[in-house]
Design a protein around this ligand. Structure first.
Ligand SMILES: [Zn+2]
Length: 97
């Protein structure tokens, strides 16, 4: 998993500490992992037709890490639940970056 060092901005892959400056990265890896798990759970619940649970997983992931994947999941869950106003808000977040 790629983690951008908060101190020097170096991209580190599966490193417990930044290979440039030595900054501790394990807490950031745990947060990113939890965000990814929530996206995976959200995708499964969305495919099972449980749009509200999918939206909750997307929201948890978004709170952990503002990722396009979390925004896209929230967008899809809102479209499926016919919450089009909320879907537009998530769409604008999904297309950033
Ligand atoms: Zn660093």
């Amino acid at each position: 998993m790629e983690i951008h060092c908060p101190s020097c901005k170096k991209v580190n892959v599966d490193a417990a500490a930044c290979t440039r400056c030595g900054c501790e990265l394990q807490a950031l890896q745990a947060i990113a992992q939890a965000a990814m798990c929530n996206i995976a759970l959200g995708k499964n619940t969305l495919l099972a037709g449980n749009f509200q649970d999918a939206l909750e997983h997307a929201g948890r992931s978004w709170h952990l890490k503002h990722s396009p994947e979390a925004a896209k999941l929230a967008f899809l869950a809102n479209v499926c639940a016919m919450n089009y106003h909320e879907a537009l808000l998530w769409y604008s977040r999904a297309i950033k970056d």
